[in-house]
Design a protein around this ligand. Structure first.
Ligand SMILES: *[C@@H]1O[C@H](CO)[C@@H](O)[C@H](O)[C@H]1NC(C)=O
Ligand SMILES: *[C@@H]1O[C@H](CO)[C@@H](O)[C@H](O)[C@H]1NC(C)=O
Ligand SMILES: *[C@@H]1O[C@H](CO)[C@@H](O)[C@H](O)[C@H]1NC(C)=O
Length: 256
């Protein structure tokens, strides 16, 4: 239990965000890679390369890397030029904010973008720079896994299976689950010691509302909680079934 508590505190430190569809956390990754290598790295370990959609975010990126000397020449962000010479964000965000620095034009193909405090610069995508990754607070994982496998998957990414402690949590999870491949998605709800618990909240002893509708004596195999996307409520489900699931960055409520 002690190591579990420690793990939760560490996660909160890395991922201090409130639950929200577009909220999340940016990370400065101090490893030099080409743009596409950096994108692969972000997609494997987090969600994608970071996007910057307003001046506040641009300033926050400068602060994120301010303690490091290695990013002085620039740090990859998710902006690139597609085959039609249109600027796109790797994660699919809209492009309306740009913060270009003055740049001498050259004949070299330069279609990827680095962030610098003085403004953004286009660079050859094969050049190597450190980079910014973005970690979405809520992530629909379109893989069919058992409840245990799903929990393990989320935790390996410094996230956890989602808990639905308020109506607004349910609304947000339904929203991002629109493209799920299964009719139900796993949540962190588990029947343990004669009661339903959100597994990530056990140490808080902060159980609340939404799971009250759960059956009091589920059959032995149906000890895991899934959210039905059609009926839009929680149901006891066979833990060995394979479903899509939602991971999330631990919200600030955990850090109390
Ligand atoms: C480029 O534009 C054409 C025509 O508008 C479109 O069919 C194609 O999908 C675009 N390519 C990319 C990579 O967006
Ligand atoms: C992008 O902008 C278009 C038009 O302004 C809008 O319809 C669309 O919802 C936006 N997409 C996102 C992901 O914000
Ligand atoms: C997951 O299961 C659903 C429904 O059974 C199926 O349509 C989908 O293709 C499966 N996804 C993967 C990645 O196997």
């Amino acid at each position: 239990m002690k190591t579990n508590a420690l793990r939760l505190l560490i996660l909160t430190f890395f991922c201090k965000v409130a639950l929200g569809i577009n909220s999340g956390h940016d990370y400065y990754v101090n490893i030099e890679m080409t743009w596409s290598e950096a994108r692969n790295y972000c997609r494997e370990h987090y969600t994608d390369l970071s996007s910057i959609t307003n001046q506040d975010e641009d300033n926050a990126m400068s602060e994120l890397s301010s303690g490091s000397d290695s990013g002085k020449e620039g740090i990859w962000i998710g902006l690139y030029e597609d085959a039609n010479d249109t600027w796109k964000w790797s994660g699919g965000e809209n492009t309306s904010f740009f913060n270009w620095a003055m740049q001498e034009s050259t004949s070299v193909m330069k279609s990827c973008v680095v962030h610098k405090t003085s403004g953004w610069l286009t660079k050859n995508c094969e050049d190597v720079f450190p980079f910014f990754c973005f970690h979405k607070a809520l992530l629909l994982v379109k893989e069919n896994k058992t409840w245990e496998e799903a929990l393990e998957h989320c935790r390996s990414r410094e996230m956890d299976l989602v808990s639905l402690v308020s109506e607004s949590d349910v609304v947000q999870v339904l929203e991002i689950s629109k493209t799920a491949q299964t009719d139900n998605v796993w949540t962190s709800l588990r029947y343990l010691g004669d009661t339903w618990l959100w597994v990530d909240k056990v140490i808080d002893n902060q159980q609340s509302g939404t799971q009250n509708e759960m059956p009091q004596c589920p059959t032995w195999s149906h000890h895991c909680g899934a959210l039905s996307l059609q009926v839009q409520h929680l149901d006891s489900w066979d833990c060995a079934d394979r479903l899509n699931f939602i991971c999330y960055c631990k919200g600030s409520s955990v850090s109390k």
